[in-house]
Design a protein around this ligand. Sequence first.
Ligand SMILES: [Zn+2]
Length: 260
Amino acid sequence: MTYASDLIECAHCGSPITCERKTKMTKSGERDYVYYRCTQYHKGDHPRIRLTENELDSQMLAIFDTLRVEDVEFRDLFREQLRQATNWEFGEASKEDGHLKNRHTEVVRLQQQLLNLRLLEEIDADTFAHKARELRDEAATLRLEIERCDRGRDETIDIAVKAFELSQSLREKWLTADYAAKRRILEILCLNCSLDGVSLVTTMRKPFDLLAKGLVSKDSRGDCQSVEPRERLVDLYVEAMIEASGVHLDTVAELARECA
Ligand SMILES: [Zn+2]
């Protein structure tokens, strides 16, 4: 029951969409049918809409297709730009990184200054040794912190590339995925999902929402549909990645690894 258990909300009344199993007699004997409908479907003038799993699947696959960048050349370029993006602005993390690097430069300058003072015999050997040790320890700590910041950035770049690869191959993944994998794909992609009449309406999570909006797409006639210049697309995608919450990114990374 891929779409049951509070995944989809009814756009008419806000109740959850549930799954119903019906057994029907056919020429070849009894057959089970699975329907999805609103839990309040029977009440008052609520629309009596029921959809099969196949109907929902084909709508979901059509939604996945909206994430695909059909222009192969542009898809490769985008992927390449993502991998090469080394100077991304990482918000707070980047500020911290900048602060650490400035302090490291300052510590190196102080070490030089201290040595000069000692050479000029402005300070005694003990004071020099004590202060030199202090500065050396601080420099070592700063180098570790800077390394940690860089690693965080490399990991985010890695997840960004994997999330993009995942978004480009959802149709294939879906067709071979088991129930648990399908649920995970839906939970990672969709912030929320509702059934409006017979139409499945989804709001995508970051950074997939950007792809869904068609910012990174070209139509079949080859006209660029982007509302932003192409050079900005990688930046926008990266911003979306950074805005996405940590836990969400961890899950994206996990799924991307499984699907790789
Ligand atoms: Zn309803």
